[in-house]
Design a protein around this ligand. Structure first.
Ligand SMILES: Cc1cc2nc3c(=O)[nH]c(=O)nc-3n(C[C@H](O)[C@H](O)[C@H](O)COP(=O)(O)O)c2cc1C
Length: 148
């Protein structure tokens, strides 16, 4: 079955409290699971990167809702399109905070990808796909994740 995937990046408002991110994850877990949307949210150095995957209409609607959220600005779609399967099948909304990770090589790998994402405005789909698979592997291997 085909799944629609959308990845965007945005800038968190300055000094966004951790409590607010926790609230976002809570709401996302609830809403996304009800709507069969899976994905992952990364927070790093003041930037969010999020992938949403599911039904095209539902994902697009959720994107529009997230877009007007005042907790972030400069929302920019990095990639959208169809895939043959979900990357985050097992997470309603995975969450990864880079600075919590202290596990060596994979940390570097994802950190490098994050740096690239922050520096370059549009990535090609293949790079992004590899990026999300790495993130998924990281979430699977570490205890620093929030599950649904
Ligand atoms: C970076 C970011 C990511 C978000 N991701 C989601 C999400 O995946 N699912 C969700 O329901 N809300 C998400 N939200 C929260 C929505 O913007 C919105 O606050 C929430 O859906 C509640 O909307 P409502 O009050 O209109 O029901 C996110 C917000 C931000 C800032």
């Amino acid at each position: 079955m085909k799944v629609y995937q959308l990845t965007y990046r945005s800038k968190a408002i300055p000094d966004l409290p951790l409590k607010e991110i926790q609230k976002i994850i809570e709401v996302a877990k609830d809403f996304n699971s009800t709507n069969e949307i899976s994905g992952c949210l990364i927070f790093d150095n003041g930037y969010f990167v999020q992938i949403l995957e599911g039904d095209e209409e539902k994902v697009t609607k959720l994107y529009s809702k997230i877009k007007i959220d005042r907790r972030h600005t400069q929302m920019e779609v990095l990639s959208k399109g169809w895939s043959s399967k979900r990357v985050f099948n097992d997470w309603g909304m995975g969450y990864l905070e880079m600075k919590e990770l202290k596990i060596g090589k994979k940390e570097d790998l994802v950190q490098n990808a994050m740096n690239e994402l922050t520096n370059i405005s549009v990535k090609n789909d293949f790079t992004l796909k590899v990026f999300w698979y790495n993130v998924h592997a990281l979430l699977t291997e570490t205890k620093f994740y929030k599950t649904l």
